[in-house]
Design a protein around this ligand. Sequence first.
Ligand code: 6PG
Length: 239
Amino acid sequence: MTQLGVSVNAAPNVVPKEELPRVAALRVASSLCDAIHARNAASLALAGGTTPRAMHEVLATLPDVDWSRVSIYFGDERCVPPDHADSNYSMARESLLARVAIPPENVHRMLGELSDRDAAARAYAALLPPAIDVIVLGIGEDGHTASLFPGSPALAERERLVLPVIGPKPPPERLTLTPPALERGRQLLMLASGAGKAEAVARALEGALDPNATPAQLARKGTWLLDPPAASQLRGRVS
Ligand code: 6PG
């Protein structure tokens, strides 16, 4: 473990593109069931993006998860109202949360619509459990993860668990978990699909350690599920 909390990853898992959502959903369901078995409760932080969305749609169909025992959080959110097309919560509601028997009080969305974004970030941090069982993450072509973009001052954060940030992608105003919040995750599950991610994936897993340039390196210790195009620039072992 380095002072940034970045430790070496296990070999990434490469699965055919059409199987990625199911393999990812089975991983999530299994981790949630293990947590419920161990602690009678589970926590899951969701991500935006098309790859997580496809995973949600499968996860919603799996029979084994006792959703009454699962608390939902978010890794990041765009600063838009919760019914906005750009809202990560809106996507998660449509693709997962409205399809399973989860009590509404178990769903903790980031209040991206609040004008005081710093207060929204602080309030969200106060809701977080000491450790989230599964944090689902995506990676951008620039190497960002959650809404931690290359060069963001939020990457230097060592205390706060949630911060407001301005990103280079629209909508620019976001709330995001910080490096110390990711470090607290019991499991980080990184999902990446497509050749457009290949260079960022290779930098994240095999490049010189510099999370300021490639924030997805913060998930190096996690489980990486990739399709063959996303894994195509890796030189090391895959499984
Ligand atoms: C955003 C995107 C982004 C996305 C990744 C992976 O920042 O606005 O939502 O964070 O999650 O780029 O996206 P895909 O799963 O769609 O490839």
